[in-house]
Design a protein around this ligand. Structure first.
Ligand code: FAD
Length: 301
């Protein structure tokens, strides 16, 4: 099938881009890795495509004030390999799982977040870290936190005339450890279920938050500090990774999975199977993140 006819514009500035987006039916074209298949299958019929590839200010990847700022045209592969992005370890853990190398070479971080596929990795990373999205239109600019950004499957608070100009991820602090895991039938497929984990250990205080994906209509986040502490009560405060994984698998991880998996299932997996996947992934990644956070806090890398 061929795409329905559309106009094509390639503005050179953000100001001109948002003017083009005021036209009824206009749609942003970033890396095209999700939009072009949608057009080819005629699942969408925009009146015009506003190509971002000629706007230099959208290609910026920078670090300032404790944040990594990723512009709308920064490709996923650039973030995967750029030294600056190491300041946000969860991005480095997740990006190899996003499609294939060819997809990541064209696809953008912001495009994936704007597209908001419930099984995608990058919306989950943005949610787990509490990233901030900057939206721009001719009416002005606004910032939205990840917790308020995703509104359902393939759905966000972005208005039709708004451009997501950048996503800002908080840089990791020395007392944090991270974990990421997913299960897909073949490498490069969207995940049946996946987890992103952030643990902070400051002295005696341990906090943990997670975001699961592929298990609800949007990234599913939870504070799981009490579950992690319950497992630590069983193992003692200095467990090795395997001991803690077993303690989590013996109860707390299943409890979390029961709370976050919110789907009636599909042809690929039932809700029960997804709960099992989440519990297994969480036991492994929470224990890994805890051990890393403890090592980082004590200065061992
Ligand atoms: C074979 C294949 C396998 C894939 N596997 C995975 C996978 O495992 N995991 C995964 O996460 N993704 C996967 N993807 C999708 C890929 O990550 C896309 O690159 C990503 O979803 C969209 O980014 P893009 O830059 O290509 O956006 P586009 O395709 O250009 O745009 C996607 C949507 O977002 C909107 N949009 C894009 N940028 C902006 C912006 N700055 N402001 C406002 N709206 C915007 C567009 O209008 C469009 O509606 C796969 C894609 C393919 C083709």
């Amino acid at each position: 099938m061929k795409a329905a006819p559309f106009a094509y514009v390639r503005p050179g500035t953000v100001e001109d881009t948002v003017v083009e987006l005021e036209l009824e039916g206009a749609k942003v074209l970033a890396g095209g890795q999700s939009l072009v298949p949608v057009l080819a299958m005629r699942l969408g019929r925009p009146s015009s495509l506003v190509d971002l590839s000629a706007v230099p200010e959208l290609t910026k990847l920078s670090r300032d004030n404790g944040s990594l700022r990723v512009g709308a045209m920064v490709r996923q592969r650039q973030v995967q390999y750029d030294d600056l992005a190491r300041a946000v370890p969860l991005l480095g853990l997740a990006l190899p799982w996003v499609g294939h190398r060819e997809i990541r070479s064209r696809g953008t971080v912001c495009g994936s977040i704007a597209h908001a596929d419930p099984s995608a990795e990058l919306p989950a990373i943005a949610s787990c870290l509490g990233a901030t999205m900057t939206l721009r239109s001719t009416r002005g600019s606004r910032q939205v936190s990840a917790g308020d950004f995703f509104t359902g499957a393939m759905s966000t608070v972005i208005e039709p005339d708004e451009l997501l100009t950048e996503v800002s991820f908080p840089v990791a602090s020395p007392d944090e450890g991270f974990g990421f895991g997913e299960f897909a039938r073949r490498h490069g497929d969207f995940a049946l279920a996946g987890v992103a984990v952030r643990v902070r250990t400051t002295g005696e205080t341990v906090t943990a938050n997670i975001t699961c994906f592929g298990v609800a209509d949007r990234p599913a986040s939870a504070d799981v500090s009490t579950h992690l502490r319950a497992a630590l009560d069983v193992t003692g405060p200095e467990p090795d990774e395997a001991d803690l994984r077993r303690a989590l698998a013996a109860g707390p991880a299943e409890e979390i999975a029961a709370a976050v998996v919110d789907t009636v299932g599909d042809a690929h997996a039932s809700p029960g199977y997804r709960r099992q996947l989440v519990a297994g992934l969480l036991s492994r990644q929470l224990s890994r993140a805890f051990v890393k956070s403890r090592r980082r806090e004590s200065g061992v890398r």
